[in-house]
Ligand binder design. Structure first.
Ligand code: NAD
Length: 469
């Protein structure tokens, strides 16, 4: 297993401190990776800048062919990559394979996009052409929940628009990204795509670097705010995909069986560690008890364990910090008088395992409802007046996603339009599309990703005005 950074098309050995990568299911140290030094960071950015001088003129078709070849190559390593994801992140192997498949889908979609050139005559008859030009060297910083797929969300739009990009994966989950960037480098010139390693300290120096033109970041709101502060001196632009506290509103006409299966996946996929997963569920009073009962049945059918075991359906929380945070929220909910249901008791003794947990009758000012939990815990709140739910949930400081669940699609559309979030789903939640803009309102983000609009965030405009001599 390669545990080194990858700079200018070459593996670069570490000279500074190292960070252990821990399997969250067993607590075994599975690798030790070097932290990039500030000299290595400077060298990496300088090499990327040098590579940009020719990459910015690359032919579009060369990029398309390279992306298709990378997608194929990623698929040929699917099992190895999925294993790395499971070992470092904890999710069951079948879900890690889904992560690789979705990544390939994203790469192929981005390959097929065309960067538009706008030509027109202005009101005085002058010919104007507006181009979308590459920016230069892009910094990408990724989190530990979907480490492989989110890396692709950053890297491929940046490269497609003829930038050079350097990624820093989370220090908790660097291994699948290192392998990914090794594969990418088989198909691209040296310096176009590199990886540096380390924690927030090198991340901070990276985002403040004067030769970085843009930062694309997925992670917590507090880190996003620090990155934005770092961008002031050089006026670098940023895309920030941050935290959320997504609301789901279930009306009283739904099919309980089908809806609860989907609600379970929406809230507990990846042990609840997904930015846009369902984090607060409002259920109509008439069906509240039935929904709780059905969700409990679905939870009881889960097998909690190490992701590599073929029977496992539910993995651990990824790291101790997040494990402690979720445990504290559970204890607080109990202290505040809520009913906490942890119906599965069977779990491995070692590892950061928390069974899927339902919290009933919590008041709206309880921490588990107000804060983003980012773990396997779902507060379910009873309601009878949807206007009141919208009024209170729209006051959230977050605005990432929301969902409405009903057979009445007209009513659903009206409710969706009143939700103050970047994405609203009707009868589903968190099923993202590479074609639809995705970004958070309020403290959930700045800028957006996906689709042609997301791609063009990696460009700046150049208007050429042509007047006959
Ligand atoms: P985090 O902010 O702690 O870390 C994310 C990345 O930032 C890591 O690579 C980390 O090393 C780096 N980092 C830490 N401090 C830094 C600094 N000062 N400067 C630059 N980089 C720094 O977040 P996390 O704990 O890894 O991820 C969980 C959070 O991410 C949750 O809040 C979740 O909602 C959010 N998230 C959002 C999305 C989205 O698309 N909106 C997706 C996934 C996760």
């Amino acid at each position: 297993m390669n545990t080194s950074m990858y700079i200018n098309g070459q593996t670069v050995l570490g000279t500074g401190k190292t960070i252990d990568v821990i399997n969250p299911a067993t607590l075994d140290v599975i690798a030790s990776v070097p932290s990039t030094t500030s000299e290595q960071l400077d060298e990496c950015v300088a090499e990327a800048k040098r590579a940009f001088a020719s990459w910015k003129n690359v032919d579009d078709q060369e990029i398309v062919q390279a992306f298709y070849a990378i997608a194929e190559d990623v698929l040929s390593y699917k099992y190895e990559l999925a294993q790395l994801i499971t070992l470092e992140q904890g999710k069951p192997l079948f879900l890690a394979e889904v992560e690789v498949d979705l990544t390939v889908q994203w790469i192929n979609y981005i390959a097929g996009l065309t960067i538009p050139v706008e030509k027109f005559q202005d009101i005085n008859g002058k010919k104007i052409t507006v181009y979308n030009r590459p920016l230069g060297v892009i910094a990408s910083i990724t989190p530990w929940n979907w480490p492989f797929m989110i890396a692709a969300w950053h890297l491929f739009p940046a490269i497609k628009t003829k930038n050079c990009v350097i990624n820093k994966p989370s220090e908790y989950t660097p291994l699948s990204t290192i392998k990914f960037i090794e594969i990418i480098n088989k198909h691209l010139p040296a310096g176009v795509c590199s990886v540096i390693l380390g924690d927030g300290q090198i991340g901070s120096a990276f985002t403040a670097h004067p030769d970085i033109e843009k930062v694309t970041f997925t992670g917590s709101t507090s880190t996003g705010q620090r990155i934005l502060q770092n961008s002031i001196n050089t006026l670098k632009s940023v895309v920030l995909e941050l935290g959320g506290n997504d609301v789901g509103i279930v009306l009283d006409d739904v099919d309980i069986e089908i809806t609860c299966q989907k609600l379970f996946m929406s809230a507990f996929l990846n042990a609840g560690q997904t930015c846009a997963c369902l984090k607060r569920l409002y259920v109509h009073d008439k069906i509240y008890d039935q929904v709780v009962q059905k969700l409990t049945e679905i939870i009881n059918a889960q097998v909690i364990g190490e992701g590599m075991a073929s029977t496992t359906t539910f993995g651990p929380v990824q790291n101790k910090m997040q494990f402690d945070k979720v445990q504290r929220l559970i204890e607080d909910a109990i202290e505040q008088g809520a009913t906490v249901i942890q119906s599965i008791q069977t779990k491995p003794e070692k590892g950061y395992f928390i069974p899927p947990t339902l919290v009933l009758d919590a008041s709206e000012d309880t921490a588990v409802v107000e804060q983003e939990q980012f773990g396997p815990i779902l507060p379910i709140i009873r309601f009878s007046d949807v206007d009141k739910v919208l009024e209170s949930t729209n006051q959230s400081e977050f605005g990432l996603g929301g969902s409405v669940w009903t057979k009445d699609l007209e009513k659903a559309q009206k409710i969706a339009e009143r939700m103050e979030t970047g994405t609203v789903w009707i009868n589903s939640h968190a099923d993202l599309s590479p074609e639809a803009a995705f970004g958070g309102w309020k403290l959930s983000g700045l800028g957006y990703s996906f689709g042609l609009g997301g791609l063009l965030q990696y460009t700046h405009k150049q208007s050429i005005h042509l007047t006959e001599a």
